[in-house]
Design a protein around this ligand. Structure first.
Ligand SMILES: Nc1nc2c(ncn2[C@@H]2O[C@H](COP(=O)(O)OP(=O)(O)OP(=O)(O)O)[C@@H](O)[C@H]2O)c(=O)[nH]1
Ligand SMILES: [Mg+2]
Length: 459
């Protein structure tokens, strides 16, 4: 198809009406849940402009938006997608389609429209004016979920920073009407204060946001210093670190709980985990390592979040080995792997050795598992629920932990049992002989431990 023909094809399709996506409305079963939601939560219509890829891709994307909306506590009433070369610069969907969307909103009684992309301030405002209800974009929705799930002081500060950065971006061209912009629950608590002489409200808002952003950055640097101390002490003890990474809801926290007995929150919700949790474990061969569970990734992770969550993501960047968890029962696990690897590259973790772990094999389709085995022959297949594949996973972690590289031969006096213990935990003893002067050990150890063992070197 020539470029022009394709253009015409797109325009033709644009003249067709908005496409309803069946099966999108939230299934509510429990009556009390219905009442609760009607009282407290948004009733939303989803809108997606589909610019490239197949119809199936477009539907996957809007179903993911539905899952995000539900995680945020909304009830999804309906959803529409429009095929278009690019989103309309002024109204996101085609201008001709805005009236149809307004009708759909009235018909369903929705109070919010969520658009599946990142929108400009002007697009949000125009669409809001013409449709008559609150309009938010996917980024604001994800920020809202993060805000609801943040527990630690650090997590809360990171989310607020991301929200303010999002807000500051959209303040431009908003005509100074900040109160409209912060209409959603994602508002970062930016109050409107007294007006300085000669200053417009927009300038004041901008300045206040700027101050708050600077204060949050300082606070996060302080918190990060604390964490850096913990990391440094682990490095010094030369305990190798393993990080669970992967798409949100893939089962990372479930695997941490299974392997370590940690009681971390597991939920069928997106971004259940925001704060990193680390546990110390030991392999069957006796080597100690740390396993860290952390925030999940998603396609088009808002860059505000990547920047604000730098220090949380550091846990991943500093790991010696990544356990990349993929949900084998997802309709598009290959897409998930691609999205996760892209984020890993963005945060500078692209070169860390990775062990792919396909999870949820208890519910995944046989054909999909076959395709996954074909594409990723060295992956491990597990189920955190049935515990299938877990012994193999543990063996693979043991095999892929970085090996200590320094060969030493030492004669340890009996009162230095602590050093012998560390050789066992973090190194690889090759030969141990008990003599009357102490324990004669030949072993492979880390450079740090080799330094401490130097005084006991034995020919
Ligand atoms: N059937 C099945 N469900 C699983 C398995 N592992 C996890 N789940 C479910 O998948 C959902 C998400 O699990 P989590 O462990 O919270 O996933 P996560 O990767 O930590 O998710 P986030 O922290 O939200 O990014 C929960 O409902 C789990 O019960 C599995 O092996 N089989
Ligand atoms: Mg989790």
């Amino acid at each position: 198809m020539s470029f022009h023909a394709e253009d015409e094809q797109l325009e033709l399709e644009e003249r067709q009406s908005l496409q309803r996506v069946p099966g999108l409305s939230t299934q509510l079963v429990d009556i009390s849940e219905v009442e609760y939601r009607e009282l407290q939560l948004e009733r939303v219509v989803l809108v997606s402009v589909w610019t490239s890829g197949t119809q199936a891709d477009a539907e996957l994307s809007i179903f993911e938006l539905k899952k995000l909306a539900e995680t945020a506590g909304s009830e999804v009433l309906d959803g529409v997608i429009q095929r278009r070369k690019v989103p309309d610069p002024s109204t996101y969907i085609g201008r001709g389609k805005v009236a149809e969307l307004r009708d759909l909103v009235r018909e369903t009684g929705a109070d919010t429209v969520i658009c599946d992309g990142e929108m400009q301030a002007a697009q949000l405002r125009n669409l809001e004016d013409q449709v008559g209800v609150k309009v938010i974009d996917r980024t604001a929705l994800i920020l809202d979920i993060f805000a609801q799930h943040a527990r630690s002081a650090e997590g809360k500060a990171q989310v607020e920073l991301a929200q303010l950065q999002y807000l500051r971006q959209r303040l431009r061209g908003w005509g100074g009407n900040l109160s409209r912009q912060v209409g959603g629950r994602a508002s970062g608590g930016v109050g409107i204060g007294g007006r300085g002489p000669g200053e417009t409200k927009l300038e004041i808002d901008r300045r206040r946001i700027g101050h708050r952003i600077a204060a949050l950055r300082r606070r996060l640097r302080e918190l990060d210093a604390v964490r850096e101390t913990q990391r440094a002490s682990r490095r010094e003890a030369s305990v190798p670190s393993v990080a669970l990474v992967g798409y949100t809801n893939a089962g990372k926290s479930s695997l941490l709980n299974l392997l370590s007995g940690a009681g971390v929150l597991v939920q069928d919700a997106l971004f259940a985990t925001l704060d990193p949790v680390t546990r110390r474990l030991r392999t069957d061969s006796g080597r100690e390592y740390t396993l860290t569970d952390t925030v999940g990734f998603i396609r088009h992770l808002p860059h505000e979040l990547v920047e604000a969550f730098r220090s949380t993501l550091e846990e991943t960047v500093r790991a010696d080995l990544l356990l990349h968890v993929v949900d084998g029962s997802d309709p598009d696990p290959f897409g998930q792997v691609g999205a996760v690897r892209q984020v890993l590259g963005e945060i500078g973790a692209g070169d860390i050795p990775e062990l792919l772990v396909v999870n949820k094999i208890d519910v995944a389709a046989e054909a999909m598992l076959l395709a996954l085995r074909g594409k990723y022959p060295s992956a491990v297949f597990v189920s955190a629920h049935s515990q299938a594949g877990v012994p193999e996973l543990l063996a693979r972690i043991d095999a892929e932990l970085p090996r200590p590289g320094v060969r030493v031969q030492v004669l340890l006096p009996y009162e230095r049992g602590d050093l012998l213990n560390r050789i066992h935990l973090t190194g690889e003893p090759l030969e141990i002989t008990h003599t009357e002067h102490g324990t004669l050990v030949s072993a492979l150890v880390s450079a740090a431990l080799a330094g401490e063992l130097a005084p006991y070197a034995h020919e």
